[in-house]
Design a protein around this ligand. Structure first.
Ligand code: SAJ
Length: 426
């Protein structure tokens, strides 16, 4: 089939490229002319393992083209953002605009698939919108007649840093507005997915996606709450979790400086918004994870202010280990807050960044490498568990005060055990 992918971001572009590699002719559509031009040159505007070579190859073979206008196709995949507003209400503008852009070119037999994370009922809303734009076509679930166009919800569940591997390898939920729609979408995903594709209805598939990320958020909140309790009781949370996880039915996740990224800290709100009275646990977990950021800022602040002369290195800005994505990152918020308060005493080590983000401008803080930090800085605040930090041997950090929010250095003498060089420990 000819495929149109609407939205060429972190999900849309890798999907377009993989579908093209499977032999389909793909037209990627994006509102940004710059993004379209970049892709048509065989280049990419986002960082993802192996994506550059793949895009270059499929563009060179003429299988992937990009444009700002939707052209007729047999399968339409919508992969645009679904942000939320100040009240945590989901904003479906991009999804509905994408639907509006495909409506004029829809024809009998076409398959429409929404992949964007969406609150329950969005796929039906999209169908209603398409039906009102195209009264000449029959849409599923509105009458008993065989529809002209099928509409389904098929969420992605790929991990940044492993997108290409997981796009093909993961199992997928395929949620049709009707079973017939699901079968149509299934036939398409079979072209490039090795994992098992399980069909269901669109509302269950929408909820499934939200539930997966809420599950992770709640579990990370448990770990983060344990870390705050352990601070209060003077315990090493990492040791406690390691021991508890030896129980055959216990598997606690890792505490950190809070939850970042564009999914886990967002999607739970879609559930809370749709059933506020029934979701106290999910809402509280979000609160716990947000509070953890402020707990880390307060502890780091205490440590820095207790040591007026000490040079401070914040290790990491990314929202998680071994990626170069700094959006919605707790590490970045902690480092920027310290930079604003303590200026040039603060340095940042981020091997994945060429320069510091804009909010560091004028603070006096600068970007240094890990070797300089280990030579020059007295106080190390670990914010991201990048492998390059994890492998620093104890000998190179023995004399330092360390606040390790990720538990990467279990052999580090604990805060409070010994104060090196007369530094004061919080
Ligand atoms: N984190 C912890 N402790 C942990 C695990 C993670 O603090 O034990 C933090 C990370 O440091 C990061 C945040 O949580 O700040 C999120 O990282 P992540 O690796 O859990 O997830 P994402 O946001 O990269 O991707 C998630 C994935 N969802 C699940 O694992 C259920 C991915 O499969 C989804 O496709 C993606 O969200 C998405 O797009 O929805």
């Amino acid at each position: 089939p000819d495929v149109a992918v609407i939205g060429l971001g972190y999900i849309g572009l890798p999907t377009a490229a993989i579908v093209a590699r499977a032999g389909c002719r793909v037209n990627g559509v994006d509102v940004s002319q710059k993004v379209v031009d970049t892709i048509n040159r065989g280049e990419i505007h986002i960082e993802e393992v192996d994506l550059d070579g793949l895009v270059q190859g499929v563009v060179a073979r003429g299988l992937l083209t990009a444009s700002t206008e939707v052209q007729p196709a047999d399968v339409f995949i919508i992969a645009v953002p679904t942000p939320f507003d100040e009240d945590h209400a989901p904003d479906l503008t991009y999804v509905l605009n994408a639907g509006r852009s495909i409506a004029p070119v829809l024809k009998q037999g076409d398959v429409v698939i929404l992949e964007s994370t969406s609150p329950v009922g969005t796929t039906e809303q999209l169908r209603d919108m398409l039906a009102s734009e195209r009264p000449d076509l029959k849409f599923p679930g509105l009458t008993n007649e065989t529809p002209d166009v099928s509409v389904s919800y098929c969420p992605e569940r790929v991990l940044p840093g492993k997108i290409l591997e997981e796009l093909a390898g993961n199992d997928r939920s395929i949620g049709g507005i009707t079973p017939r729609c699901a079968r149509k979408a299934l036939a398409f995903y079979k072209l490039f997915v090795r994992g098992t594709c399980v069909t269901t209805d669109s509302r269950s598939a929408e909820m499934t996606k939200l539930v997966e990320n809420a599950y992770r958020d709640v579990n990370i909140a448990f770990a983060n709450e344990l870390s705050i309790i352990s601070d209060r009781l003077g315990l090493d949370v990492w040791e406690v979790i390691r021991l508890a996880n030896r129980h055959p039915r216990v598997n606690i996740l890792q505490p950190g400086p809070g939850v970042g990224g564009h999914c886990i800290a967002v999607d739970p709100w879609f559930i809370v918004h749709s059933a506020p009275e029934e979701s106290p646990l999910i809402r509280t977990a979000r609160g716990v994870n947000d509070c953890k950021i402020h707990h880390v800022i307060a502890r780091a602040d205490e440590l820095v202010s207790a040591n007026p002369g000490a040079k401070v290195a914040c290790l990491g800005l990314a929202f998680k280990a071994n990626i170069d994505d700094f959006r919605e990152s707790p590490a970045r918020l902690v480092a920027a807050t310290l930079a604003r308060r303590y200026g040039e005493r603060v340095s940042v080590v981020e091997p994945y960044a060429a320069e510091l983000p804009r909010e560091f401008e004028g603070t006096g803080a600068h970007l240094i490498d890990i070797d300089t930090a280990l030579e020059d800085c007295d106080l190390l605040i670990v914010l991201v568990d990048h492998d390059v930090f994890r492998v620093v041997p104890l000998a190179e950090r023995a004399g330092k005060v360390v606040y390790d929010t990720r538990g990467i250095w279990p052999d580090q003498p604990k805060l409070g055990e010994a104060a090196p060089h007369g530094l004061r420990l919080a």
